[in-house]
Design a protein around this ligand. Structure first.
Ligand code: AMP
Length: 886
């Protein structure tokens, strides 16, 4: 309905039938034989309804110009689509903005017409950001034969959704691709948010992503089929954690619907600390079988637990001691001089020692049993038993009694660091040894100290300082300060050694040891920036209270994960959290207390290094590239000092920020390799990114900092070649074989000699001959300080470098013009060179700029690149005196 033809009326409205003879309504134009066509068809005003990005789907047929009888003439096979945004219907035709030129995938010929085949094309374009109320679309014909069959204009929206008891309204996505619109959900009737309001994120594709938080039914209601239903009579629901209404526990009732708790039957009671699902209870009956044992002026009383505990486990006993006055004058309370061991009231054991009584005196003891609800049961008659005893002569008191009665050793006091604590037992600390990814080290000198229930800093205790054993890489322990906690781990502050999270029995403990828990309400998710193995990677601001707002990357763990996946996901945080270095991606914290589980790291505006370099091919100075390499080396030096072996160092695992600072990321041993699409299974079963990995690590899994240095050499090569794939399209097997046979990657185009030397050193077969990361940093610093050292370039014609130990240097291997052009990324011109007669490198070496233009290399940049390479080729040919073997 929207289509209307403009005044020229060249486009005709034609009713037709399709190949199935169904009627279709089309707009057609076919002025293929006339010069200077400019025929417009425009739509009516289309309301955006608030959409910021709309999609336009066109269905049309186009005539194949070649099939026209009588020559092609001025026939075109494309048309243009335009739009004009406006807040009212006023159309200013001069203001149309071009959306795209539309071409047909399939054009039809006379034959198709005869066969009644309709070659219908479908093209979709998107348009945005739109900011006005509506817009016009227009189609400009410049002399084609077109039938426009349909124009469908639509936008995507995230549909109304009820999830986790929260309603999310139908939402129009943001205008930019990958933007996320955060929507706060409304809890359905009789539900409330759990901890925080539920949130969802609407993507430009109209999909809901990254749910955060949820609603739960309020007390007195339960969730049934996505809504909250009231608890029936006799049922209750109190805690937010329990999902369904529960039947009232014994001796309690709920007389109305929607009960949040049940009330006790008469004679039964509950105290506040009783859980809601516990039965109502009553006071106990009296103690039974009471006996006494007199020893001089002490009496040992013993009894059995009551017949009826009232349904509770907290039965306690109280003793009332009364002296029988002579001559029937009645009873008198014993007074403060009599001692009760362990005490007089609130006894949990069924015995007590009463000491310091008067000699030769009659006493009457009342033994009472009480429990948690005795206080509430005022009208409940107390249940006693009475014991009458007579003491003997006075004796000496026994301090030992204290110990034997209570079963405890005598308290002693020790002084630790000026604080005095009472301790009950000396605590023998187990022998200490270090743990690293390489295993356990040697035991430390034995030591022993007494503990306090608090963490105390014990200065100068000789127990720490990890050193590396040159043979096995296993750490041993010597001299540092230690922080000692009662029954908890010993930490070694000041020793920067990586601790393998695997050494923690509970992986959750490892996460919280090294990563700060962040409340999800401090995070806003704004856009998706990547896809990780475990879920979307998003970005947005982190606003920690009292801290400056920063941009962060948010890795999420998608719903439906297993416990193992959660562990693997958080594994990375347990590692990252141990590092603190400007060239290592910084962990801000983790979100584990709410769902989805998230890892929050600093945000790196330019994403991963390989993609970044490919996007900016040839854009950086050598010094800038060396600066990036220096950063990566510095991060790796830190990791190797920490005893951490990365195993998957590659440009794709380096992130770049807006200042071109490179940071090492992607931690987590085997997990990382599982995720890495580059990792391939070796014959030994492990998964290894072959192209980046040192031969000894591929052959027998010998991963060390020296194998990281090999990978670093490959990263250098990736950087200097702007993200080229190492060994190009060679298969993994061929790469392994070539490296085994001592072939190495050639120096990238325009790579300074000094850098290529360093790469080659990193690729020494003997790993002890490779440089260490601190040497690499040192060398790169020297090069940066002395840029003229980077002037000498490596000829790209020297390829597949054989290492010098094999006695052969510089095998030259560009055999064909195609290979040469590919190596300088100009492969697209191969055919033109062939057609122009430049089919051998000898003829190419003679070419001038004029020759280049003649074969059809018209872009100035490309001409320059090719000419530079030809000049180098000439130099090389003169040097080697071998024009054939290039
Ligand atoms: P990963 O799962 O770590 O490989 O992350 C997947 C993708 O998300 C990466 O390739 C990056 O493009 C992007 N990404 C991950 N972390 C960050 C970050 N801290 N800053 C920017 N982009 C990131």
């Amino acid at each position: 309905d929207y289509i209307s033809s403009k005044s020229t009326l060249i486009w005709e409205e034609i009713g037709e039938v399709d190949e199935n003879y169904a009627p279709i309504h089309t707009y057609q134009v076919c002025r293929v034989m006339e010069q200077n066509q400019n025929n417009w068809l425009h739509t009516n005003w289309i309301l955006t309804e608030g959409a910021q990005r709309v999609f336009i789907e066109l269905k049309f047929t186009l005539r194949d110009c070649n099939s026209l009888p009588g020559g092609v003439g001025t026939c075109k096979e494309t048309f243009n689509m335009y739009y004009y945004e406006t807040n009212d219907r006023a159309l200013k035709e001069s203001r149309y903005i071009k959306i795209d030129t539309i071409a047909a995938d399939e054009s039809f010929t006379e034959l198709d017409l005869g066969d009644r085949v309709m070659k219908l094309n479908t093209e979709v374009r998107d348009l945005g950001p739109l900011t006005r109320k509506g817009f016009y679309l227009a189609f400009q014909d410049l002399g084609a034969c077109i039938a426009l069959v349909s124009v469908r204009v639509f936008y995507k929206r995230c549909p109304f959704l009820v999830k986790s008891l929260a309603e999310f309204p139908g939402t129009i996505p943001g205008s930019e691709a990958s933007q996320l619109v955060e929507v706060v959900g409304r809890c359905v009737n009789n539900s409330l948010p759990l901890y925080e309001p539920p949130r969802m994120h609407c993507s430009t594709e109209g999909e809901w992503l990254v749910p955060i938080g949820k609603c739960v039914c309020q007390p007195g209601f339960e969730e049934i089929n996505g809504s909250c239903q009231v608890c029936k009579v006799g049922f209750y629901r109190s805690l937010l954690e329990s999902l369904a209404c529960s039947k009232c526990p014994p001796h309690s009732v709920a007389r109305q619907t929607g009960a949040t708790a049940c009330s006790c039957e008469d004679g039964f009671y509950k105290i506040e600390s009783d859980p809601p699902n516990m039965a109502c209870t009553r006071p106990p009956s009296g103690p039974r079988n009471a006996i006494s044992n007199v020893n001089e002026t002490s009496v040992f009383l013993e009894w059995s637990i009551p017949m009826e505990t009232g349904g509770r486990k907290d039965v306690r006993y109280n003793i009332l001691c009364r002296r029988v006055l002579p001559d029937g004058r009645g009873l008198e309370e014993c007074g403060p001089n009599v001692r009760f061991l362990p005490r007089r009231v609130g006894l949990s054991n069924t015995s007590v020692m009463v000491a310091d009584l008067q000699s030769h005196t009659n006493y009457s003891f009342l033994l009472e049993a009480v429990n948690g609800v005795s206080e509430l049961a005022k009208d409940h008659t107390k249940q006693y038993v009475t014991l009458n005893v007579t003491t003997n002569q006075a004796g000496t008191s026994h301090p030992d009694l204290l110990q034997s009665a209570a079963g405890l050793p005598t308290p002693t006091a020790i002084t630790v660091n000026h604080y005095t604590h009472f301790v009950t037992t000396p605590f023998h600390f187990p022998d200490v040894r270090a743990r690293t990814s390489a295993g356990y080290g040697a035991f430390s000198r034995r030591f022993e100290f007494q503990t306090s229930p608090y963490c105390e800093y014990i200065g100068g205790t000789q127990i720490g300082g990890a050193t590396h054993d040159p043979l096995g890489g296993i750490a041993s322990v010597s001299s540092i300060d230690a922080r000692v906690c009662f029954f908890s781990a010993v930490k070694f502050p000041g020793v920067r050694t990586y601790i393998d999270p695997l050494t923690y029995e509970d992986p959750n403990q490892a996460v919280h040891e090294f990563a700060q828990e962040i409340d999800v309400s401090f995070i806003s998710i704004e856009r998706i920036i990547g896809a990780g193995e475990f879920g979307e990677v998003c970005s947005g601001p982190l606003r920690l209270p009292g801290k400056r707002e920063i941009q962060v990357a948010i890795k999420t763990l998608k719903a439906g994960y297993t416990e193992q996946q959660r562990r693997d996901f958080l594994w990375e945080a347990s590692i990252m959290g141990q590092f603190n270095h400007p060239n290592i991606i910084r962990l801000e914290g983790v979100v584990t207390k709410s769902k989805p589980v998230m890892i929050i790291t600093e945000y790196m505006e330019n994403g991963s290094l390989d993609t970044f370099l490919k996007k900016n091919d040839g854009q950086f100075t050598v010094i800038q590239l060396v600066g990036m390499l220096r950063g990566i080396a510095s991060g790796m030096r830190y990791l190797s000092d920490m005893g951490y072996v990365h195993r998957d160092l590659a440009a794709r695992n380096i992130l770049v920020n807006s200042n071109l600072v490179c940071k090492v990321s992607d931690f987590g041993l085997s997990r990382v390799l599982e995720d890495d699409p580059e990792a391939a299974y070796t014959t030994r079963g492990g998964k290894i990114p072959i192209r980046w990995t040192a031969p000894e690590a591929i052959a027998y899994r010998k991963f060390t900092s020296a194998s990281d240095v090999w990978s670093y050499g490959i990263v250098m090569w990736e950087v200097m070649s702007y993200g080229e794939r190492p060994y190009w399209e060679m298969s993994n097997q061929d790469v392994i074989k070539a490296v085994e046979e001592s072939y190495r990657l050639p120096g990238p185009m325009d790579c300074p000699e000094a850098l290529y030397h360093l790469m080659m050193d990193c690729w020494q077969r003997e790993r002890s001959n490779r440089p260490k990361f601190d040497e690499i940093v040192c060398l790169l610093d020297k090069l940066i300080r002395n840029p003229s050292s980077l002037k000498k370039l490596r000829s790209p014609f020297v390829t597949l470098h054989l290492c010098s130990s094999c006695g052969v240097e510089n095998i030259v291997s560009y055999q064909t013009v195609g290979e040469w052009l590919d190596s300088i990324k100009m492969g697209r011109y191969t055919e033109l060179f062939m057609e122009g007669g430049y089919s051998s490198l000898e003829t190419v070496a003679q070419m001038t700029s004029e020759d280049l233009r003649r074969v059809g290399v018209n872009l100035a940049g490309h001409q320059k690149k090719i000419i530079t390479s030809i000049q180098e080729m000439r130099v090389h040919m003169n040097n080697t005196n071998s024009a054939v073997n290039i």
